[in-house]
Ligand binder design. Sequence first.
Ligand code: ADP
Ligand code: MG
Length: 327
Amino acid sequence: PRLANQIAAGEVVERPASVIKEVLENSLDAGSTRLDVDIENGGIKLMRVRDNGGGIEKDDLPLALSRHATSKIYQLDDLEAVATLGFRGEALASISSVSRLTVTSNTGEESNGWCATAEGRDMQAEVAPAAHPQGTTVEVRDLFFNTPARRKFLRTEKTEFNRIEDNIKKLALSRFDVSFNLRHNGRVIHSWRAAHSQVEQERRVAQVCGPAFMENAVHIDIERGDLKLWGWVALPTFSRSQADLQHFYVNGRAIKDRLVTHAVRQAYQDVLFHGRHPAFVLYLELNPATVDVNVHPTKHEVRFRDSRMVHDFLFRSLHHALAEVRP
Ligand code: ADP
Ligand code: MG
């Protein structure tokens, strides 16, 4: 079973940032409103995420860490050569197969919590009592300690930390109702309080994307039928060329999509004669039955049932909003 998990891990656990993404998504799934992330040495030495969500029952703890699957590959080295086996939706098991993983959790029904650990190939999770308030702490140490080939692909600590930070920013822009705290090597990097009003949301966008973005941004809020587009787009006065300041969410999930990029760029070009690197933070909401956001668990792809209609809606909405404020 552990070998199958290591195969799955190849797909989902590429680097520290992919671990953080999975762990934080679990915390959000558990209804957390506060996330504390501690990173050491770019995440290679330690990633610790503490949440205040619903927690994991004692009996479920070992299951969460190790799932059953079969494999016909028996050598770890073979695994590192396998490229294209599908991810099975077993993130924690995958993470535990390539790190030293500790999960401590309390569902709030008992005064104390429970703690389980798993280490590399040793998937036997042992459960022991541990002090913990309601919620869960996931601690990932020594990533890839048992898969040196993968470890070699890691970049500098700074680069790996930047990727972690990028993933947290992406999540922070999708969950204004959750507070995020991020520390690296003991230093506070970000501390973002939950944002409820539009003013508070704009403060968070300024914190995440930089004040210059917000100062030059137009607020958008357009609804047509069951399509809704809201968020912020920067005018050309936001001069930094920012290919990376393009955040687009479909029903709350970050996606990258050519159709979307194209529609946004076209609207900018049409109205402002400037479309090379538009900067935006946009949220598209539509009937979940008309979109498939699970094309691939890690690639942020999306498939619209009526892509022409979505493209039109995006283009027209942005065109309208930009034309109103054209300098
Ligand atoms: P998946 O999210 O696909 O179910 P994971 O391996 O990511 O698989 O997580 C396994 C299970 O562990 C989850 O289904 C959930 O029940 C539990 N779990 C993981 N992290 C948390 C958390 N922070 N809070 C509560 N439950 C959690
Ligand atoms: Mg998960």
